[in-house]
Design a protein around this ligand. Structure first.
Ligand code: ATP
Length: 287
């Protein structure tokens, strides 16, 4: 039996962390969206062995238990005492270690796919809870629709559709390790973000207000080590984006435009400076 799942990238429209839990994990308060830049994950169950295999078209991603898609299959296989093996093939399009949740989205796709192939009938909230044990972005990726994300990443509250908009995504050459940035958060200095303001603007369908209130509390921490982030952000604003900021722990920067023509202008302006640039739209997996 086999199934293919779309695994969309995510962006953080608003990112804040109110405090650190005693176990070291940040408490999150974020507005997250999925976009139509996606990996495609093909999942096949097999009865002849219990092996889990992962193949990707990248040549550099680990395909063993370090791969988050592998971990997702292993978790469900163990939890539900399945004797079947799983073959996973990932068509990778989302930049790696970019702050776009690519690995988490692949893992979420495997959880969604095996939930169907093995008739587990798990609710999204149950898959999210299992996903949290893999990475804090997996619960959001199970939903992949505009949402408020709180707790350690496991409390997902969908917030409805966004106004039409285009997003220009630029990935600087450097990669960023999320744990190294999270360790650097100093809660006595952090600049808290107006997450409620973004939620309010989205609920009122007020695009302009939303772009004014967006922000990412991790941006100054990552940008201190990767100053290209400031430069790309400034270029996006100069070329006409209504807002521009880093996603997740970076280093990817995205700009928001209402109209496609404006996004194309920003895209053309950035291409000489940054070799990975995309124009995308918000995407929702909501049925
Ligand atoms: P985060 O969700 O931690 O912000 P990110 O979007 O910045 O992650 P990813 O592309 O998910 O970054 O990669 C983070 C790490 O996960 C990398 O070290 C990568 O090798 C590893 N990884 C494991 N499985 C995958 C996968 N299927 N796709 C991409 N990266 C993976």
């Amino acid at each position: 039996m086999e199934i293919s799942e779309k695994a969309p990238a995510k962006l953080n429209f608003s990112l804040d962390t109110p405090f650190r839990h005693p176990d070291g994990n940040p408490e999150w308060k974020m507005v997250m969206i999925a976009v139509d830049l996606a990996d495609y994950v093909h999942i096949k169950t097999k009865t002849d062995s219990k092996d889990i295999t992962v193949r990707t078209d990248t040549g550099f991603l680990p395909c063993d238990e370090r791969n988050l898609a592998f971990q997702a299959a292993k978790k469900l296989q163990q939890l539900f005492h399945k004797n079947e093996g799983v073959e996973i093939t990932i068509d990778k399009n989302i930049p790696v270690s970019a702050g776009m949740g690519g690995g988490s989205s692949d893992a979420a796709a495997v959880l969604r796919g095996l939930n169907k192939l093995w008739n587990l009938s798990l609710e999204k909230s149950q898959l999210a809870k299992i996903g949290l044990e893999i990475d804090s972005d997996v619960p959001f990726c199970i939903y992949s629709e505009p949402a408020l994300v709180t707790g350690k990443g496991e409390i997902i509250t969908p917030i409805g559709d966004l106004e039409p908009m285009c997003l220009v995504i630029a990935k600087p050459h450097d990669s960023v390790s999320t744990p190294s940035i999270l360790k650097k958060i100093d809660y006595s200095k952090i600049v808290h973000q107006n997450v409620d303001g973004v939620l309010d603007a989205i609920s009122k369908r007020d695009y302009t207000e939303m772009t004014k209130k967006m922000g990412n509390a991790l941006e100054p921490i990552t940008a201190e080590r990767h100053p290209d982030i400031w430069k790309i952000k400034q270029k996006m604003l100069n070329f006409g984006c209504d807002a521009a900021q880093m996603s997740g722990s970076g280093p990817t920067v995205f700009g928001v435009c209402r109209k496609y023509q404006r996004a194309v202008r920003v895209y053309n302006g950035l291409r000489g400076f940054c070799n990975e640039v995309y124009i995308v739209r918000p995407f929702s997996l909501k049925e």
